[in-house]
Ligand binder design. Structure first.
Ligand code: AP5
Length: 216
């Protein structure tokens, strides 16, 4: 099974939800740069103080800060476990820097899964999204509800709406995505390791397709 995997797609296209399912079912070593950055802000660390405003405005955090965070995260993991990245790389600079860094460590990307989604679909998904304040696990009030209202199934933590999930900020994040991140689709397609998934399908259909693809 391919175990060095990148999930690429606009905000709200389902990357975090797919990552959580792959982690539970196959033990993937998952990391989300958005979750790592929000943790730094919550801790009020030096990094958190630098990145808070970017997150509040729906803008991308500078490449050098994100690359340092990802490299230190992966340096702590066991290489044979691979990785499942949700939300990184997000710029061409991040993608080429990560190719160079991972290539020299035997950690080159094996599969990129592109979750293709329209702006209107992601808006409808994000409006109902609730995330666990403790572990980051993601739910949807209607489509993916928790077993107990307001409580995380995984850790019992409280559920909340993310500060950057207002309609205005989601629309801005989508524009940032089109400008900065969508060019990665062509970048990875040229490398021959990109698969497109229609993110408007049910989670069951999406997972079935991804599982087949990762086992090829
Ligand atoms: P980040 O946390 O990565 O947010 P994002 O990419 O905008 O993506 P989201 O987490 O909003 O959505 P998702 O695709 O994971 O969808 P989800 O599974 O939740 O980044 C936040 C910020 O951090 C950025 O704006 C930036 O400032 C900074 N940042 C992060 N990484 C960075 C980087 N590399 N470089 C620079 N800055 C960076 O699903 C959405 C909803 O839909 C949920 O409620 C879910 O339950 C539901 N759902 C999912 N799939 C389905 C389905 N198939 N059917 C029905 N409902 C579904």
């Amino acid at each position: 099974m391919r175990r060095r995997v990148i999930l690429l797609g606009p905000p709200g296209s389902g990357k975090g939800t797919i990552a959580a399912r792959l982690k539970t079912e196959f033990g993937f070593e998952h990391f989300s740069t958005g979750h790592l950055l929000r943790q730094e802000v919550a801790k009020d660390s030096a990094v958190g103080r630098q990145v808070g405003l970017f997150l509040e405005r729906g803008e991308l955090v500078p490449d050098e800060l994100v690359l340092a965070l990802v490299e230190s995260t992966l340096a702590k993991s066991r290489p044979e476990q691979g990785y499942l990245s949700d939300g990184f790389p997000r710029t061409l600079v991040q993608a080429s820097a990560f190719d160079a860094w991972s290539g020299t460590r035997g950690l080159a990307i094996e599969q990129v899964i592109y979750c293709e989604s329209s702006e209107e679909l992601v808006l409808s998904r994000i409006t109902g999204r609730r995330s666990c304040v403790a572990c980051g696990h993601v739910y949807h009030a209607t489509f993916v509800p928790p077993k107990t209202v307001g409580r995380c199934d995984e850790c019992g933590g409280g559920l909340a709406q993310r500060a950057d999930d207002s309609e205005a900020l989601v629309r801005r994040r989508f524009q940032v995505y089109l400008r900065e991140t969508e060019p990665l689709v062509a970048y990875y397609r040229a490398q021959g390791n990109l698969t497109v998934v229609d993110a408007s399908q049910s989670l069951e259909k999406i997972m079935a397709r991804i599982e087949v693809m990762l086992r090829q």
